[in-house]
Write a protein that binds this ligand. Structure first.
Ligand code: SUG
Length: 449
């Protein structure tokens, strides 16, 4: 299709993926609403050390592929001030013991290392999309679930430290903590653009509109329409380049608690399941039309029908929670959960994807099994920033990974993280000491205050 207006010149912007490093209290408490994997593995023993090493191996792969990679430190857990707010009194050991005895789920919530799923940390609009040419960041309030709402204050202050240059970045406050403004961050936002540096369109996906309907029949939606609209408004996005789509009830009920469980976009490519949106084929048509009008070209939409990959297989394998990334050598790679290679349906579909005529040239299966058991695949673990070279240079450099930093982080994990953790262990005062030591050491390695 001929461009309907002159194409804007692209900047040399690149995408950086910031992964959340798993914390020392990683465990399975079944806390994830509408998250089948989290429910399924409730109260199984976890392996925090393996979880963190798996995450670091994924970061190393990305770095080795030449894709800029950052790392976000774990937050301190168990969060004693939160337990005290809930009425558990005494010294640290007493607070932990009382919480385990009287309210083990609250202890699990206050010990959750859920900030590892950085795709929920914030929504990011690149400079090319925002009204004033600054990168706009809204930390997610995550109010749909108590354990995740605890992340927001520390995430906000971390993001302000990393992106301190106010000429180039705006880190907003999270949205107010109201149920009808529930915001789960970039996991419910996609960006399509001719390339990272071009101005693009942003697609927000919500599960409930805060009023009449809560989501699916089985599971409620988490992200609200009002929250998505508020984020788009404060980021100064052009309404003509912004779409709000409702997740289908069948997807929510099948375990699609975030849009990134059922769709992924990169530059001009959208990989999406046919049952992702309530509007069905109209939603895809809307995306095509909006992109064509805004960017003067057609997007590449790879729609996966339920006949090839049924919704339950998509959720079990987390096929769409792959990272679709642009390779420096050209073309795109799909960094998918290793579970996609182990399932015959998705394995066949991936073979077909690579053989077909589209920008995806290769697939890298990665093992993040510990995170997957809590409903977090490769894409959940990362927050994407499209940055101009000057913005990249202006941010805090200590979190950008290099092989020596990855080596040092691995050493720290091996030194401080346990290989087995159960719910009872969360009340162990020595776990608190170990966790504090680990977080302090990692924070220091990243050059953070
Ligand atoms: O919010 N799991 C997380 C997984 C988040 C995945 N993120 C994205 N899809 N972007 C959640 O449901 C489980 C914690 C537990 O059960 O212990 C949990 O919170």
């Amino acid at each position: 299709m001929a461009p309907s207006f002159p194409r804007l010149r692209a900047s040399a912007a690149i995408e950086v993926n910031f992964d959340g490093l798993v914390g020392p209290t990683h465990h399975y408490a079944g806390l994830g609403v509408g998250n089948l994997a989290s429910q399924r593995h409730r109260h199984e023993a976890s392996n925090p050390r393996a979880a963190a090493l798996e995450g670091l191996a994924k970061m190393r792969l990305m770095h080795d592929l030449g894709i800029p990679q950052g790392v976000l430190p774990p937050q301190e857990r168990p969060l004693l001030p939160a337990l005290r707010l809930l009425g558990f009194e005494g010294d640290d050991a007493t607070v932990l013991a009382k919480a385990l005895r009287d309210a083990p789920d609250l202890l699990a919530s206050c010990a959750s290392t859920s900030c590892m799923w950085a795709a929920n940390a914030a929504t990011v609009s690149p400079a090319a999309d925002s009204a004033d040419g600054r990168v706009r960041v809204t930390p997610a309030n995550l109010v749909s679930q108590f354990h995740r709402s605890l992340e927001a204050p520390a995430t906000t202050s971390l993001l302000r430290t990393l992106f301190h240059d106010t000429d180039r970045f705006v880190v907003h406050d999270p949205l107010p903590s109201a149920a009808n403004l529930a915001d789960e961050g970039a996991a419910n936002q996609m960006r399509l653009a001719p390339s990272h540096g071009h101005r693009g369109i942003e697609i927000f996906v919500y599960g409930r509109d805060g009023d009449e309907r809560t989501g699916g029949d089985r599971f409620p939606g988490r992200q609200t329409l009002a929250a998505s609209q508020a984020v788009a408004r404060r980021h100064g996005l052009d309404p003509a380049r912004t779409l709000f789509l409702r997740q289908s009830a069948e997807a929510l009920d099948a375990g699609v608690f975030h849009n990134d469980v059922i769709a992924v976009a990169n530059e001009n490519v959208l990989l999406v399941h046919g049952q992702a949106y309530e509007a069905g084929p109209d939603a895809i048509r809307l995306i095509r039309t909006c992109f064509a009008a805004a960017c003067g070209e057609e997007p590449v939409v790879i729609e996966v029908p339920a006949t090839e990959v049924p919704l339950d297989v998509a959720v079990d394998t987390y096929l769409f929670n792959s990272q679709l990334v642009t390779l420096p050598s050209g073309g795109m790679a799909l960094v998918c959960p290793i579970e996609c290679h182990e399932h015959p349906r998705t394995r066949r579909w991936l073979d077909h994807l690579i053989a077909a005529d589209n920008p995806v040239v290769t697939v890298y299966p990665v093992a993040v099994r510990q995170s997957m058991k809590n409903g977090g695949g490769p894409a959940c673990l990362r927050l994407r920033f499209v940055l101009e070279p000057e913005a990249l240079a202006a941010m805090h450099q200590g979190v950008l990974v290099s092989p020596p930093l990855l080596d040092a982080l691995e050493t720290s994990v091996r030194r401080h993280y346990r290989e087995r953790l159960t719910l009872e262990d969360l009340a162990d005062p020595s776990l608190l000491v170990e966790s504090r030591q680990a977080v302090a050491e990692i924070t220091h390695l990243l050059g953070l205050p």
